[in-house]
Design a protein around this ligand. Sequence first.
Ligand code: HEM
Length: 272
Amino acid sequence: MSGGCEPTTSVGTASMAQTITKSRGAREPVTGTALSSRKKRPFLVDIYSTAVGKKYAMAISGIALMGFVLFHMIGNLKMYYGAYELNNYAAFLKELLYPLAPKGAVLWILRGGLLAMLVLHLHAAWSLTVMNRQARPVQYQSPRDYEVANFASRTMRYSGMIVFSFLVWHLLDLTFGVVNTVGTEGEFVREEVYQNVVRSFDRWPVAAFYILANLLLGIHLRHGAWSLFQSLGWNNPRFNAWRWAFATGFSLVVVIGNISFPIAVLAGIVKV
Ligand code: HEM
């Protein structure tokens, strides 16, 4: 019969004893954590190799990305003032600190930082998932096991992946213009940001996709903004009411602002 405990053979016992004696005699490390090559790794890489370090990386990169989505939304509010204001604002971003710094230099540095934060966020999420799977190879069998995890926390991976695919579309649409003129008339001119936005959202399936993606972004942000405090170790129950208010308020502001843009174009409030 298979299963249950197999009787230990004398050969097995002998080889096990030999292994123990050998490792004791040579004083080799018992686990991989004490390998000498690990000691040479830079401090930050060493921290990042642990689950706690990855959670820190998720939280810090998450804060940077939250800052970006908030300021991006606030900047886009300029479209309510008309084409001149929004296009001027986009031109202003490209000339940040000019003539102190060359034209576009500061914007490219900010873009580099943003990209680094995005890559770090995605890598930490992916490697934490791998670590969790290795720690628990058998999936939960009953939905009751999920009692402590709410909908947002269980779907972070999926909401994150959909927001990421939205971002790919978004860049092809409004930054590179590759899909901006598909199904519509007109020419994509990089500097005419206002006209590009209106042209894009005039297509209702695109507007609907933006609304859906931003609702998912809201769910993702809401849980991320709540759990980053936990990841950074600031999870005293006395602050829970503040954490709740901050996470809910922040995600609502970003989502309401962002979904107002496609709605305003569809409703004819923002038009060319
Ligand atoms: C309906 C909401 C949104 C609108 C109207 C909007 C609008 C725009 C526009 C017009 C640009 C091009 C700017 C330029 O070329 O000067 C842009 C770029 C960008 N957007 Fe959005 N955006 C929205 C939501 C988002 C969200 C939710 C994210 C992130 C998840 C995002 C991430 C980006 C990024 C990374 C860029 C490239 C920035 C750069 O190249 O400097 N956007 N957006």
